[in-house]
Structures are given as C-alpha cells and as structure tokens.
Design a protein around this ligand. Structure first.
Ligand code: FES
Length: 106
C-alpha cells in the first residue's frame, strides 16, 4: 500500500530548480529537470543537510552543506557507488506535483 501526497504546484518548481517539501513524516527534495520531476529523500546522508535547498545543475544536485553530489534521476551519489538516496515516484495531476510514499515507509 502507498499514499499519494500532493506537495506543490508545478509552477512552484521551475525547470532547473528544486524545493524542499514535507509528505507524511518525511522531508523530501523535489527537482525539475527540463520539465521532468524527480523526488528524493530530502535529508542528505552525510550529515543531514537539506538536499531540496541544494543547487541543481543538469541532473546533479549539490548539497548546500558540504557539497556531496547526487544524480536526482537515480539517487546515486556521484563519487561513492555505495551511497544511493531513496527515490520516490512523482506524478503530475493537473498543476499538482504528487509524490507516492509506501505506507510502511512514512
Ligand atoms: S550534509 Fe550534505 S554534504 Fe554534508
């Protein structure tokens, strides 16, 4: 089972930008890569930095605290293959960005 959370409107996250949102009890980072939306766990695994407030360049987000970088389309850390941030499915419903979280993960 899963639950869908409308987290923002499309216009709130223009292409090339990101937004930190809360869905259930999770902090998520939502990214717009050339009109396609991606969502990751928003808490950087290094020291808890806010990935949704990072800098997005192409598909790469740079954490604002110490510069760890992740591919937002996969969650993969750019240097360490062992680190992969959890991704969540994103759908668009009209102007709403909707993120699906598994119920046992909220
Ligand atoms: S908290 Fe993200 S790089 Fe340190």
């Amino acid at each position: 089972m899963s639950t869908q959370y409308p987290v923002a409107s499309v216009s709130e996250i223009p292409p090339g930008s990101s937004l930190e949102v809360v869905a259930g009890d999770k902090v998520l980072a939502v990214f717009n890569v050339s009109g396609e939306f991606f969502a990751l766990d928003g808490i950087c695994p290094h020291a808890g930095g806010p990935l949704g407030k990072g800098t997005l360049s192409g598909t790469i987000v740079t954490c604002p605290w110490h510069g760890w970088q992740f591919d937002v389309t996969t969650g993969q850390h750019c240097l360490s293959p062992a680190i992969c941030q959890v991704r969540y499915p994103v759908t668009i419903d009209g102007d709403r960005i909707v993120i699906e979280l598994p119920d046992d993960d909220t």
